[in-house]
Design a protein around this ligand. Structure first.
Ligand SMILES: Cc1cc2nc3c(=O)[nH]c(=O)nc-3n(C[C@H](O)[C@H](O)[C@H](O)COP(=O)(O)O)c2cc1C
Length: 186
C-alpha cells in the first residue's frame, strides 16, 4: 500500500463510545460522553479501565473529587442521549431536556444509565496528568451486562449483539462478525 505523510492532527484511533456517570458536589448526577477509553490489567483478573479527559469539564472534576464513576457503553439507541450529553456542559445547567433512566450502582455509589447494555462501576486507582488531559486508571468494582446475553467468558462476547457506537469524529456502527482467534492462521 502506498501511503503519504500528513498533518499530526490526523491522530485518529478507533474509539469505543461510553457515557461517564459521576456525582456532583450537591449530590445530583451528571453524564457526559468520553471516547478516549481503553483497558489494561494489573495481573490475574484485575482489569482496569483507562480513561482520559481533557480540560476542566465537570465530569473530570467530579472524578478527581470523588474517585468514583460509572462507564456506560453506548449502543445505537442511545445516540440521541450521547449527542445531547456531549453538546451540553454541566456548568450551563442540568442536562434534563431529554428523557433517560438513572439507577444507582449495585456496588458503588455511582449513577448508571438504564439504557446501557454494559456498565462498569469504577474506582480510580491512579491518575496521570499530561498537559491539559488527565488519564484515570480505574479498578472495575462491578460489571453489569444486559441480562439477555450470557457470554461464557471475555473472549465470547458477540459485539454485534451489543451494537456499540464507534467514534472517530463521526458516529459509526460495527459491521459483521469476522471470526474467532486462530481462524485466520490455520
Ligand atoms: C462523541 C463524543 C466523545 C467525546 N469524547 C471525549 C473524550 O474522550 N474526552 C474528553 O475530555 N471529552 C470528550 N467529549 C467532550 C465532553 O463529552 C463534553 O465536553 C461534555 O459537554 C462534558 O460534559 P460535562 O461538562 O457535564 O462534564 C466527547 C464528546 C462527544 C460528543
Amino acid at each position: 500500500m502506498k501511503r503519504k505523510s500528513v498533518d499530526l492532527t490526523f491522530s485518529m484511533v478507533v474509539q469505543p463510545s461510553f457515557i461517564i456517570g459521576t456525582n456532583n458536589e450537591d449530590g445530583s448526577y451528571n453524564f457526559a460522553p468520553i471516547t478516549w477509553v481503553s483497558a489494561t490489567c494489573e495481573g490475574g483478573d484485575d482489569y482496569l479501565i483507562v480513561i482520559s479527559m481533557f480540560g476542566t469539564k465537570a465530569t473530570k472534576q467530579n472524578v478527581v473529587r470523588t474517585g468514583l464513576l460509572s462507564v456506560n457503553l453506548v449502543n445505537r439507541e442511545m445516540l440521541p442521549i450521547m449527542d445531547y450529553f456531549g453538546s451540553k456542559h454541566a456548568k450551563d445547567g442540568e442536562k434534563n431536556d431529554i428523557k433517560y433512566g438513572v439507577s444507582r450502582g449495585a456496588v458503588l455509589d455511582v449513577p448508571t444509565l438504564d439504557e446501557s447494555p454494559w456498565v462498569y462501576e469504577c474506582e480510580v486507582a491512579k491518575s496521570v496528568e499530561t498537559g491539559d488531559s488527565t488519564t484515570f486508571f480505574c479498578h472495575i468494582r462491578n460489571v453489569q451486562m444486559d441480562e439477555r446475553i450470557s457470554p461464557k467468558n471475555t473472549f465470547d462476547i458477540d459485539l454485534t449483539e451489543l451494537d456499540p457506537v464507534i467514534y472517530s469524529g463521526k458516529y459509526h456502527s460495527l459491521g459483521e462478525k469476522l471470526g474467532e482467534i486462530g481462524d485466520f492462521c490455520k
